[in-house]
Design a protein around this ligand. Structure first.
Ligand code: C2O
Ligand code: CU
Length: 497
């Protein structure tokens, strides 16, 4: 159109143009809305997009792109997660039945919350049968921090169907690694864990536990009330000079600090892995990631006084019966930096050999998830369900860089594996190998971790601030050649987060 001959739209045209534009915006919004809708049922293998971290691209794991919500079809030779079980024939060394109940959002196992403390020995074949008496949404048991075979991992819709009321499911695994762990439902976990469907699992070393007191302290907040082992406080009767191993378990969604002003402590273990040559700590707190565990060691003073350990708003007091409770102490300004604590020891693998390097960049922005607008988490710039599927092969050495650019901390939990921390914000680890399954990644922090992919399966790698996971802060680690027939939603109404 020649310049100057442009016809000014008349008023009616403008209305029509405006109307068409509005329709176009609505149609576009409608398309965005409907493309954000999740189907009623889908496979996690059909979610998001595959990343290969510089390793071989395995065509079997294409994610959503080009495959739709069922994911890539099963290939000949693929292993079903259902085959990746613990021993089926060997008799159990420990057999437990845990009966789950629900009463208006409150949950119990065998009538208590926390559920029974399970104590087994390293090497034991543990058999636990979950019976769902009345949990309406169904339930599962996930063995948090225990690197079990994939079929025993207890994730609804990924490794099994949620157990419906009246049903049961038996888990069998060998407790290979000594340490402090916990178990919890991984069906609607943000509600069921908060409501009490969890317990502690201790695997005692084959060599036997050290002389002294070996005490579990699971810190959990029920409806705003902080508790330890379900009570307001914990008292341990211990004679002067006795050694105490205090196994702190953070079953809440928030990071906690633990400390004592009374005696030096040692951080004996983190996430079920011993610290190498832990030195005495005074005037510093220890960080307890959500889902994480820290074993503290200390001696009861010879003078007959007691020790008071503060953790997440509750106290554990250890001392002779009759000794006065020490008064509460203020939180120390300093925190034990596990990047520099203890002394180095061989890792058993070389992170420099990594054949795959992945990024897990956590951000947040406005958008729609399942048609609902909100501020949602992003992973590598994309929003749920377009989350990464980190693809590995059995035996790969894997590096993962976790970057948190948001205003919240994120306790990142990788199922089925333990990873060693290599660096934080570029500062290399120089202390004991710091081995984690639950790593608190603070605001603005970047961690590099590494692990050996030695446990084939489809594994979650998610934030253990469980409402964050329910809002989409979930990715998966998938081994090439492993296939899951389970589905989110569907007849099992599976809803892992
Ligand atoms: Cu403690 Cu995915 O869980
Ligand atoms: Cu988070």
């Amino acid at each position: 159109m020649p310049l100057g001959s442009e016809r000014r739209p008349r008023r009616n045209d403008r209305l029509v143009v405006g109307g068409l534009a509005a329709v176009a915006v609505l149609v576009a919004a409608g398309l965005v809305w409907s493309s954000s809708r999740l189907p009623d049922t889908y496979s996690v293998m059909g979610m998001g997009h595959a990343e290969f971290g510089g390793g071989p691209a395995d065509p079997v794991h294409g994610g959503h792109d080009g495959h739709g919500w069922d994911g890539p079809p099963r290939q000949p030779g693929d292993r079903d997660v259902g085959e990746l079980t613990g021993p089926r024939d060997r008799p159990a060394d420990v057999a437990v039945e845990l009966v789950a109940t629900e009463d208006g959002g409150r949950y119990t196992l065998n009538g208590t919350t926390p559920g029974p403390e399970l104590r087994v020995e390293q090497g034991d074949l543990v058999e636990v049968t979950l019976v769902n008496a009345s949990v309406r949404d169904g339930a599962t048991l996930h063995w948090h921090g225990v690197d079990v075979p994939n079929a025993e991992d207890g994730v609804a819709g990924v490794t099994q169907d949620a157990v419906a009321v009246g049903g049961s499911h038996t888990y069998r695994f060998v407790a290979e690694d000594a340490g402090t762990y916990w178990y919890h439902s991984h069906q609607v976990s943000h509600a069921q864990v908060r409501g009490g469907l969890f317990g502690v699992l201790v695997v005692a070393p084959r060599a036997g536990v050290a002389a002294g007191h070996d005490v579990v302290a699971a810190v959990h907040t029920y409806g705003g009330r902080p508790t330890v082992n379900g009570r307001d406080g914990l008292r341990v009767d211990a004679a002067p000079g006795d050694e105490v191993r205090l196994r702190l378990v953070n079953t809440d969604n928030e990071v906690k600090r633990a400390w004592t002003a009374d005696v030096p402590v040692r951080v004996l273990a983190v996430d079920g892995r011993d610290v190498h040559e832990p030195g005495p700590v005074t005037d510093a707190a220890v960080t307890l990631a959500a889902g994480g565990r820290v074993d503290l060691g200390f001696a009861v003073p010879a003078d007959g006084t007691a020790v008071r350990v503060e953790a997440g708003g509750v106290a554990v007091v250890a001392g002779p019966p009759g000794a006065a409770d020490p008064s509460a102490s203020d939180p120390p300004a300093d925190t034990v930096d596990l990047l520099r604590y203890g002394t180095p020891a061989p890792l058993g693998f070389d992170p420099a050999d990594a054949g795959r390097s992945f990024e897990y960049r956590i951000g947040r922005r406005f958008g729609l998830v399942d048609g609902v607008p909100g501020r949602y988490w992003t992973i590598n710039g994309r929003m749920f369900p377009d989350v990464p599927m980190f693809v590995v092969r059995d035996g790969d050495v894997v590096r993962l860089r976790i970057e948190n650019s948001g205003a919240d901390n994120h306790p990142m939990h990788l199922h089925g594996h333990h990873a060693v921390v290599l660096s934080r914000d570029g500062e290399p680890a120089t202390g004991s190998p710091w081995i984690v399954d639950s790593l608190d990644v603070g605001r603005g922090e970047t961690y590099e971790i590494a692990f050996v992919a030695d446990n084939p399966g489809i594994w979650l790698d998610h934030c253990h601030d469980l409402p964050h996971a329910a809002d989409g802060l979930v990715a998966h680690l998938a081994y090439a050649g492993v296939y899951t027939p389970f589905r989110i939603g569907g007849p099992g109404a599976n809803e892992p987060e």
